[in-house]
Design a protein. Structure first.
Length: 301
């Protein structure tokens, strides 16, 4: 648009210039202006040039007052995302527990238990005579003790009562019991029972006496240095009969085999060192042998 206005203005100026030059009169070498009123053509040319120039100016003004619409740029509005509020938990301190002060009682040293447990044989009475080969012996002791008769453990109930059944041999039978408590204290009790065989009386019949095999008994050592001490007894007897080895500190039984031989190892765990004691060996027929045994540990007196 500005180039068209320049062209129109330039054309109007040239037309005006041409009109003025046409109207000049030459007088000698100087230009002499001619009054316009005397030259109607010049005035019309000037008016036409002014009109053209005015039109060009008017067009320019109109163009300037109505400029081309500039491109409308729509601003892009970016709405920021709302900030997410994150709440950080604040640790709450645990409640302080009051310190527990434990007061320990003063240490009291209990005196060592050196009292032997109570042990009593209640039946049968000591020295009783019986005519049966098997009897029951009963008694009482402290609950929790270990009760031994020879090599046999005797059960003790919660009240301390106990009983056991054993076979007797003809004649005197010495039966010993040993009780040991948790502190190692030992108590002993013994009883003597005499087994008497009653022979049947006959008036009109003759009693036939049955012959039996000879009873033979022997001891291997007699003295032992090992702990616990023991001895081995052996011999001959009536086949099928029972041989009894009895003492205050250990006992045992063995059956005679079909060939008439027997052998048994008997321990004496409670035997006192250096002190001899009697060991009685007998069979069902009342035949017996007596031996002496001594526990003599190495290095002992």
């Amino acid at each position: 648009m500005s180039r068209d206005l320049d062209t129109v203005a330039r054309q109007a100026a040239e037309n005006l210039k041409a009109a003025v030059e046409t109207a000049r009169l030459h007088h000698g070498s100087a230009l002499v202006p001619v009054p316009v009123r005397r030259r109607p053509g010049l005035r019309l040319a000037i008016i036409a040039a002014c009109l053209m120039l005015g039109s060009a100016v008017a067009v320019a003004l109109v163009a300037e007052s109505n400029p081309e619409p500039a491109p409308i740029t729509t601003p892009t509005t970016t709405t920021p995302a709302p900030a997410v509020s994150q709440t950080v938990p604040v640790p709450v301190p645990a409640p302080t527990q009051p310190a527990v002060v434990t007061t320990l009682p003063p240490t009291t040293t209990m005196p060592a238990d050196k009292t032997a447990p109570m042990l009593e044989i209640t039946s049968p009475r000591n020295g009783a005579e019986v005519n049966k080969s098997k009897i029951t012996i009963a008694g009482i002791t402290e609950p929790g003790v270990i009760l031994i008769m020879g090599e046999r453990n005797v059960e003790v109930d919660e009240a301390g009562s106990w009983s056991t059944t054993l076979s007797l041999v003809k004649g005197a039978n010495q039966i010993a019991f040993t009780a040991r408590d948790a502190a190692g204290n030992v108590a002993r009790a013994e009883i003597t029972i005499r087994y008497v065989i009653v022979e049947p009386t006959t008036t009109t019949t003759t009693t036939v006496v049955e012959e039996h095999a000879e009873f033979v008994a022997s001891a291997t050592f007699g003295v032992c240095t090992l702990t616990p001490p023991y001895d081995v007894y052996y011999g001959k007897g009536e086949p099928g009969s029972t041989v009894y080895v009895q003492s205050e500190y250990g006992s045992g039984t063995v059956e005679v085999n079909g060939e008439g031989h027997w052998e048994i190892q008997v321990f004496f765990p409670e035997a006192p060192a250096g002190q001899a004691f009697v060991v009685n060996v007998s069979d069902d027929l009342g035949r017996e042998k007596t031996f002496e045994f001594k526990y003599q540990p190495e290095g002992g007196g």
